[in-house]
Design a binder for this molecule. Structure first.
Ligand code: 5GP
Ligand code: ZN
Length: 137
């Protein structure tokens, strides 16, 4: 398996590393939406959010908070987005799980602008019922 993020973890490919622990690594995205755009990854390979081991949750979120605080301080940010693309249809291009941290600026015109739908009648309750049937803690 050839994975660019695994190669970065192994120090076989270069990256601008911002923060690293024994199981998590944060680096600058090579093609940033804004300068400082960072990626937080688990060191052990998993494809996406659904396959991220539960033991990694805390460390990934903790590293994300630490790096986000550094971005806010460095660029004097008023806001930022944290997100993860899962699946090609959702925009995932590297199939090693990662969270994006993207600085935001007034007037930067980055918009996720879907046509919002409206639930009518019982459809919200019906959707809730269908999803609840598949909740498997
Ligand atoms: P995705 O599209 O999968 O949500 O995000 C993958 C991100 O990884 C993209 O924003 C892309 O710019 C970044 N990326 C791809 N290859 C490399 C690389 O070799 N090094 C770094 N630092 N980022 C990369
Ligand atoms: Zn990998």
């Amino acid at each position: 398996m050839d994975c660019i993020f695994c190669r970065i973890v192994q120090k076989e490919s270069p990256a601008e590393i911002l923060y690293e622990t024994y199981n998590v690594l944060a680096m600058l995205d090579i093609r940033p939406i804004h300068f400082g755009h960072a990626l937080v990854i688990p060191k052990s390979h998993c494809v996406d959010f659904l396959t991220l081991p539960e033991q990694s949750f805390h460390d990934i979120m903790h590293a994300t908070q630490i790096v986000a605080r550094a971005l806010v301080k460095t660029f004097d940010l008023e806001g930022f987005n944290v997100f993860s693309n899962n699946g090609r249809i959702a925009g995932q291009s590297v199939f090693h799980f990662h969270l994006h941290i993207v600085p935001r600026y007034v007037g930067d015109a980055i918009r996720f602008a879907p046509m919002l739908k409206s639930y009518t009648g019982r459809s919200m309750a019906e959707n809730g019922e269908r999803i609840r049937r598949n909740i498997q803690p």
